[in-house]
Write a protein that binds this ligand. Structure first.
Ligand SMILES: C[S@@+](CC[C@H](N)C(=O)[O-])C[C@H]1O[C@@H](n2cnc3c(N)ncnc32)[C@H](O)[C@@H]1O
Length: 168
């Protein structure tokens, strides 16, 4: 195992505070031409997504939560149309579960490439969400490759394929 992955595995408290470079936030948001909708940034951090969303989607209602401001994503239960963010990777299963429960049209997260397991894709598919966009990227000093993955509940097929065999 290399040093970086050992450090990540052994650290006592997950460091989930990675703030997305603005150029990458723009690439992420440019994927969506959104009008008259409720857009939710559940993990605002310093506001890199939230501020750009407000600037870009001027006829939308842009809302956010951030635990450090006393607004917990898991306490939010209102209907939203789009969920877009870079989420805390250490609680990704809980994040996907709660995202699905809000029944948005689109769930789109920037995550570590290694975080997108077949199990998680199957979980999303089970709740009617399929991958419509898959964008690999690299952020300086972030571990491995990063991935913008977008799920929609308006299609019935992933744009990528996989199997669940453990090949030997
Ligand atoms: C990976 S950072 C991303 C911040 C921002 N989305 C960005 O891309 O720059 C994740 C953020 O989620 C916040 N967070 C963690 N758990 C949360 C929760 N349950 N509800 C709301 N925010 C939470 C952390 O405090 C942190 O600011």
């Amino acid at each position: 195992m290399n040093t970086v992955s050992t450090k990540i595995k052994l650290r006592a408290i997950a460091n989930d505070k990675f703030y997305t470079p603005l150029k990458l936030v723009k690439i992420h948001l440019d994927k969506f031409d959104i009008h008259n909708a409720i857009i939710y940034e559940p993990f605002k951090g310093t506001g890199n997504y939230y501020n750009m969303m407000k600037e870009k989607y001027t006829d939308c209602n842009v809302i956010y939560s951030e635990i450090d401001e006393g607004l917990d994503f898991f306490d939010y239960h209102e209907k939203v149309d789009y969920i877009i963010s870079n989420c805390p990777y250490s609680i990704i299963d809980k994040v996907l579960e709660h995202s699905v429960s809000l029944k948005p049209k689109i769930i789109s997260y920037l995550i570590g490439f290694g975080n997108l397991t077949t199990k998680r894709i199957e979980y999303m598919n089970k709740y009617g969400y399929y991958i419509i966009d898959f964008h690999l990227t690299k952020v300086w000093k972030w571990y491995g490759m990063s991935l913008i993955v977008s799920f929609s509940n308006e299609v019935d097929k992933n744009i990528i394929s996989f199997d669940r065999i453990v090949h030997r």
